[in-house]
Design a protein around this ligand. Structure first.
Ligand code: SAH
Length: 400
């Protein structure tokens, strides 16, 4: 079993400017304009990075001549060897962190979070005894040996089946394939004792939005005796936690019919009263406009849309969309009610998002108090030197 497709770095790359400090501080990316030349080599070729002055080696990682992130550092310590022992040590460290974070009541979590675990481009989510691997593009696929990693996980991490998910392009081509231990795709797992299922082959992301776990707990704590609206609900994560927290009634809205069917199923799976949940498969923007025009109101409104800004170029349009959602969210929130607004766009920083929320809420002639600004949970770690990797924003507001 091998974890890396190649055990040595024969390629050397030379920096054209001084990035030593940034790399040593833990920012693992080198962009194309910081390299002196771009030798021809396939994406994912292991490479040794030399500094711009005396040509001393400062990092070992892998190369992608086709991407603007042209070099991704795996290690900056001595010795700069990239081999299976290095990879296995990083895997063990990642697993050790999760054993600190979770007990038997939480069996769905992220096991490897790419750069945040010192494993550039490699993501692995775990649902009970199933691991779902995701490699971030052709360079990661060229560098990591996905079949070997799957075998390692079975041997060392107590999983029985492993799935590969390809990076999503649009809505197409996101089905997974079993690498080991083929079985039915719906996997049951627990989150703080609450039961959920993930469709690891056809579901969005790797089957569930594990990154909202702590924010779901916040909703659980604040939903007692409330009427709750969960917009962009997917399979009802927030809805079920609101129900468990004592909500009187929860409405889940998502345009995907299978997601709404799963939200209904998750509600029942946890023994909640069937008539206290309504799943509605419609367009969320239309639903919100109509609810506002009909002066409908909820005590708790959660709005967690898909990423609107997949690239720098789409930021302006995304800000407009967040503003519009905050506008509608505030309009349909009772006075003194709770409004939760989320963004998972990595190109929108926390400040920009907060401002978009503020704009939208004030357009609705409402005012809000910020109760908390949350991000992603500790099984989604990021390098301290890479704030841009903290993609999740979750603003908890009280709407006056
Ligand atoms: N809140 C969810 C994750 C939401 S992901 C959770 O915690 O699990 C975004 C969701 O928005 C997806 O389920 C997707 O199906 C849905 N979606 C995307 N565009 C939509 C639209 N125009 N109207 C309604 N739902 C939409």
């Amino acid at each position: 079993m091998t974890l890396l497709r190649s055990q040595s770095s024969r390629l050397t790359l030379r920096l054209s400017r001084d990035l030593t400090r940034s790399l040593k501080r833990g920012h693992p990316w080198v962009f194309v304009d910081a390299l002196r030349d771009l030798p021809p080599a396939p994406p994912g070729t292991p490479a040794l990075l030399l500094d711009n002055t005396r040509g001393r080696p400062i990092a070992a990682g892998f190369y992608d001549p086709e991407s603007s992130v042209t070099f991704r550092a795996c290690r900056v310590d001595e010795p700069l060897r990239l081999n299976d022992d290095w990879a296995a040590t990083r895997f063990e460290q990642a697993i050790a962190l999760r054993s600190r974070l979770f007990d038997e009541h939480t069996t769905g979590y992220r096991l490897f979070n790419g750069e945040g675990d010192g494993l550039p481009g490699l993501v692995c989510d775990r649902y009970a005894d199933v691991a779902v691997l995701k490699l971030d593009g052709p360079a990661a696929s060229g560098f990591w040996d996905i079949d070997g990693i799957a075998a390692w996980l079975v041997e060392n991490a107590g999983v029985e089946s492993v799935v590969e998910r390809r990076k999503q392009r649009g809505r197409e081509g996101r089905e997974g394939r079993w690498l080991i231990g083929t079985r039915a795709p719906l996997i049951e797992f627990r989150e703080h004792g609450v039961k959920f299922t993930a469709d690891v082959i056809n579901g969005q992301k790797t089957g569930f939005f594990l990154d909202q776990r702590d924010n779901r707990q916040a909703i659980r704590r604040m939903s007692r005796d409330s009427r709750v609206l969960n917009v962009f609900s997917y399979t009802g994560g927030f809805s079920v936690l609101a129900g468990i927290g004592g909500a009187k009634h929860v409405t889940s809205v998502d345009s995907a019919e299978p997601a709404i069917a799963a939200a209904d199923a998750h509600w029942l799976l946890n023994g909640l009263p069937p008539d206290a949940h309504a799943g509605i498969a419609v367009d969320a923007f239309e639903f919100l406009d109509e609810a506002r025009l009909n002066r409908r109101k909820w005590d708790v409104v959660i709005i967690d849309p898909p990423a609107f800004a997949p690239s720098e170029a789409t930021v302006a349009r995304a800000v407009t969309a967040y503003r519009k959602l905050a506008f509608n969210g505030a309009a349909i929130c009772e006075r003194g009610g709770l409004l939760a607004l989320a963004s998972c766009s990595s190109h929108i920083d926390s400040q920009t998002f907060r401002e978009a929320c503020e704009e939208g809420i004030s357009e609705a002639r409402r005012r809000a108090t910020l109760l908390a600004m949350h991000s992603q949970p500790p099984d989604h770690p990021t390098p301290l030197a890479m704030p841009e990797f903290r993609y999740l924003k979750f603003a908890l507001l009280r709407c006056e």
